[in-house]
Design a binder for this molecule. Structure first.
Ligand SMILES: [Zn+2]
Length: 223
């Protein structure tokens, strides 16, 4: 999809907008910036904002089966003031290998964090389809409602007409961030005609060089 956008921005470059001596207008250059932005945000996911949000989980189809969540593992690397997220391939990962070689206390911060991705409709004005990054605690609560102890409050499951929304509230910052998740007991129709994305096609792993480079930098900190 990003490739298509790039091609389009090249095509539009040709019909320069009356700028003399081949100089490009701001509109041409801003188009390039925009294409880059699209590319950059390709891997970006929607995260629960502070306060309360209401979402609807949308199952997607992969090789004939319906799925709701996809599990991912991400290394969170602090670099000065910035935080870098590198998605962990789980096998032959240089950062995981480094964590294995360290004492428990040092290894803890290096281990990848488990998260889940899901297609969700974020309720708002208007409702929007997003790919949400869902923390483990919220994911586990949702499973309780859909399949576990609390399924009596969620009899419609994820049925497009009789299914339920979830209400999530996020409080606190950084390591103190907390999430609460409850089901909306009354049935809420999906209401939006959207096509959920096959999330197995969507997850990508960090490049091996990037993982290796980060592991090398980190290992120096623990020498
Ligand atoms: Zn890893």
């Amino acid at each position: 999809m990003a490739k298509k956008k790039k091609a389009k921005s090249k095509a539009t470059k040709k019909k320069a907008t009356g700028r003399k001596s081949g100089g490009r207008s701001w509109r041409d250059t801003i188009k390039e910036d925009y294409a880059k932005k699209q590319e950059r945000s390709r891997g970006d996911y929607w995260n629960f904002p502070d306060g309360q949000s209401t979402i609807r989980l949308l199952p997607f189809t992969h090789e004939g089966d319906e799925h709701v969540f996809v599990e991912t593992f991400t290394h969170r690397i602090e670099e000065g003031d910035a935080t870098r997220m590198l998605s962990c391939p789980q096998a032959e990962c240089p950062i995981c290998e480094l964590a294995e070689s360290l004492e428990e206390d040092a290894a803890r911060g290096l281990r990848p964090r488990r998260r889940y991705l899901a297609n969700v409709i974020v309720r708002g004005h208007p409702d929007e389809l997003k790919i949400a990054r869902i923390p483990v605690t919220v994911h586990d609560r949702m499973l309780d409602y859909l399949e576990g102890d609390e399924s009596e409050f969620c009899p419609g499951g994820l049925d497009p007409k009789k299914g339920h929304d979830f209400r999530i509230s996020r409080t606190g910052k950084g390591l103190r961030t907390e999430y609460a998740c409850i089901v909306v007991k009354r049935p809420c129709p999906v209401g939006l005609e959207v096509k959920p994305v096959d999330l197995f096609d969507r997850i990508g792993y960090a490049k091996e060089e990037a993982l290796r480079e980060a592991a090398d930098k980190l290992s120096k900190l623990y020498e």
